[in-house]
Design a protein around this ligand. Structure first.
Ligand code: PGA
Length: 261
């Protein structure tokens, strides 16, 4: 199916999401934004999402305020609005700093900082209640894939989300399928591997009464060399990119690929 036909069906632009992780403090984020804005113009077929570190959120939102095609987001939040949670940031705080979307349950949060499926679902539900969009990350490790447990892990991660997020709220939630073995390793999933898990996710949430088509991005070692083949699959609604989003020239080039190409 062509991108035009696919978009005709889904009425959604492709999402190119940049996860900067623990890179680009306020000064570096400001110069990235300036350069990126010089290199790109809004295009109806794509939506550009940026996840800077929390301290750079306000700078990036300010710099991008004239761009209707850009959405800025936080990499993590607590589910409570305020309180004694040293080191955490809340949803109202990131909202005030310009965030419209929140990355929830990234594999580094799950595996390096011990976030559970339950906590991820709690955060996603809180983000939705506050009127922001959650971008919820799911994905299996290499050991899980090799032992044939990919499906089991994806279903386990989806379960608390299905319990905590009412069916009608799923239209505002976006999923990112990010196999852990593909993140930062240079080994991306093949378009077929990715499409298969995307279908599993859609089938599972559909069977549980979620109406419509859930938006799902793919993430894990996406770069300018593989993005066209990945986005050629109609199952993918966009990409979530770490390493290849850190340089403004490289990112401007990548977001010009895939949509309509
Ligand atoms: P990567 O990271 O593109 O560097 O593999 C993706 C991510 O962690 O979201």
């Amino acid at each position: 199916m062509t991108h035009e036909a696919r978009r005709g069906l889904t009425m959604r632009p492709l999402i190119y999401a940049a996860n900067w992780k623990m890179n680009h403090g306020p000064a570096a984020a400001a110069s990235f934004a300036k350069r990126f804005l010089d290199l790109t113009a809004p295009a109806p077929e794509r939506s550009l999402w940026f996840f800077p570190p929390a301290v750079s959120l306000a700078v990036v939102s300010q710099a991008m305020r004239s761009r209707p095609d850009v959405l800025v987001g936080a990499q993590n939040v607590h589910w409570e609005a305020k309180g004694a949670f040293t080191g955490e940031v809340s949803i109202p705080m990131v909202h005030e700093a310009g965030a419209g979307v929140v990355l929830v349950g990234h594999s580094e949060r799950r595996h390096l900082f011990g976030e559970t499926d339950e906590q991820v679902a709690r955060k996603a539900a809180a983000v939705l209640r506050a009127g922001l969009k959650p971008l919820v990350c799911l994905g299996e490790t290499l050991a899980e894939r090799e032992s044939g447990r990919t499906e089991h892990v994806i279903l386990r991660q989806l379960e608390p989300l299905l319990e905590k997020v009412p069916a009608e709220e799923w239209a505002r939630l976006v999923i990112a399928y990010e196999p852990v073995w593909a993140i930062g390793t240079g080994k991306n999933a093949t378009p077929d591997d990715a499409a298969q898990v995307h279908e599993l996710i859609r089938f599972t949430v559909g069977r549980r009464g979620v109406p419509g088509r859930v938006s799902i991005l793919y993430g894990g070692s996406v770069n300018a060399g593989n993005v066209i083949a990945l986005l050629a699959r109609p199952e993918l609604d966009g990409v979530l990119v770490g390493g290849a989003s850190l340089d403004p020239d490289g990112w401007a080039e990548l977001v010009g690929l895939g949509a309509g190409s």
